[in-house]
Design a protein around this ligand. Structure first.
Ligand SMILES: *[C@@H]1O[C@H](CO)[C@@H](O)[C@H](O)[C@H]1NC(C)=O
Ligand SMILES: *[C@@H]1O[C@H](CO)[C@@H](O)[C@H](O)[C@H]1NC(C)=O
Ligand SMILES: *[C@@H]1O[C@H](CO)[C@@H](O)[C@H](O)[C@H]1NC(C)=O
Ligand SMILES: *[C@@H]1O[C@H](CO)[C@@H](O)[C@H](O)[C@H]1NC(C)=O
Ligand SMILES: *[C@@H]1O[C@H](CO)[C@@H](O)[C@H](O)[C@H]1NC(C)=O
Ligand SMILES: *[C@@H]1O[C@H](CO)[C@@H](O)[C@H](O)[C@H]1NC(C)=O
Ligand SMILES: *[C@@H]1O[C@H](CO)[C@@H](O)[C@H](O)[C@H]1NC(C)=O
Ligand SMILES: *[C@@H]1O[C@H](CO)[C@@H](O)[C@H](O)[C@H]1NC(C)=O
Length: 325
């Protein structure tokens, strides 16, 4: 009967915690309704690392020890993550909830102070989840969720993100709305920085956005890596792309069939650029520009390039350039 006792005790404490800090959250757990978990999840095998994939879980196990640092619950049937699920996991650094049915996350009090990586890919979220400050979060994946737009200040509670994956979401599906102005700005009442200056990698592959816009890219001034693969509606790269992302090192545009013309001169000032991936696009011409980086790899395989001689400049002039075609 230890698990039930523990649960009772936990719920009681939680009630107290909630009523004192946030009245909008109510936690009710029917204790007679046996949660689909038991001792087998919480024994010695789940001390620090706990991998519980494919267990048919529809809630987080309630008996997890406080010592857990790495919790993997991929491939289950979890629909909601509440405060009560995570409030007793103070050491958790890595939380993977990929391939569940999560529609809602309610974290309106401070939880998971040590969380560094949160994988919510392949779920049913329709907006970027709201929470209170997760200051240590570096890596967030929301890939493969039915998110239609990114609202202003959406990432305010993740002010130190380095890696953000928004691939295969429905952003831009309704053509009047995609990534809104100040989407990557941080709410100044909550964060110290004004924008997501820590972000180094953004993956927007397989989304419906038509172009990179200044209204949101201005807030990602330290971006190193942009993934816009398999773009459905994007057919040009903006002239100011490098002005907006002056530290860009890698641009991945592979499999974007709608990408027909690249005005290569836009890369002229990109002195940090090391890798351009244009595999399987629809590029016919690729004209010369004055390359300012020390070494650059351009992958043009799988494009219907028309005039091979146009590419001679690439091969001859710069010894550090490697071209794959
Ligand atoms: C709690 O769950 C049990 C079993 O599912 C059910 O019979 C009972 O009515 C529930 N009680 C409340 C207060 O919801
Ligand atoms: C505990 O859960 C596992 C996995 O669902 C199950 O196989 C086992 O029979 C359960 N044990 C008890 C005592 O309920
Ligand atoms: C999730 O639940 C559905 C029905 O509610 C079931 O068909 C499916 O097998 C479950 N999947 C997992 C991974 O437990
Ligand atoms: C983003 O997530 C998708 C789907 O999980 C994955 O295939 C892709 O590799 C991720 N992007 C990066 C840059 O890791
Ligand atoms: C900024 O955060 C405060 C406190 O959480 C909130 O009241 C306010 O609505 C937020 N502003 C915006 C623009 O999100
Ligand atoms: C490159 O930088 C120079 C000097 O800052 C600027 O005048 C020029 O417009 C830039 N070129 C491109 C293609 O952005
Ligand atoms: C490009 O297309 C070829 C043939 O369809 C495929 O084998 C290859 O994996 C694709 N490359 C990328 C980067 O998707
Ligand atoms: C090639 O790379 C080396 C080392 O990165 C560098 O010293 C050299 O200047 C580069 N050459 C050219 C032509 O850019």
């Amino acid at each position: 009967m230890i698990p039930l006792l523990l649960l009772l005790c936990k719920t009681g404490m939680l009630m107290a915690l909630l009523t004192s800090t946030d009245r909008t959250v109510t936690v009710s757990k029917n204790l007679t309704e046996q949660v689909k978990t038991n001792d087998t999840y919480c024994g010695e095998k789940c001390n620090v690392k706990c991998h519980l994939q494919n267990q048919n879980l529809d809630v987080l196990p309630t008996c997890l020890p406080k010592t857990i640092e790495d919790l993997n619950l991929n491939f289950n049937n979890i629909t909601v993550i509440g405060i009560q699920d995570v409030v007793y996991l103070p050491k958790l650094r890595i939380l993977s909830l990929s391939y569940n049915q999560i529609r809602e996350i309610h974290w309106r009090i401070h939880v998971l102070p040590e969380l560094e990586s949160l994988d919510l890919s392949h779920n049913l979220l329709s907006v970027v989840p709201k929470c209170l400050m997760l200051k240590n979060l570096r890596k967030l994946s929301l890939a493969e969720n039915p998110i239609l737009l990114i609202q202003p200040f959406a990432f305010s509670c993740f002010p130190n993100l380095v890696f953000l994956n928004l691939s295969s979401t429905l952003i831009g599906f309704n053509s009047f709305d995609d990534i809104q102005e100040s989407a990557f700005a941080l709410n100044s009442t909550q964060a110290q920085e004004g924008s997501l200056k820590t972000l180094e990698l953004l993956d927007l592959s397989g989304t419906y956005i038509r172009c990179v816009k200044r209204s949101w890219s201005k807030d990602l001034s330290n971006l190193r890596e942009l993934h816009i693969r398999k773009m459905i509606r994007m057919n040009v790269l903006e002239d100011e792309l490098i002005a907006w992302f002056p530290h860009l090192e890698r641009l991945n545009c592979a499999d974007s069939k709608s990408l027909v013309k690249i005005r290569t001169e836009i890369f002229q000032n990109a002195s940090n650029l090391v890798y351009l991936d244009f595999r399987n696009c629809s590029i016919k011409y690729f004209s010369p520009w004055k390359i300012s980086s020390q070494s650059l790899t351009i992958d043009l395989r799988g494009n219907p390039l028309l005039c091979q001689c146009e590419l001679d400049w690439l091969v001859s002039k710069n010894t550090n350039l490697s071209l794959t075609r």
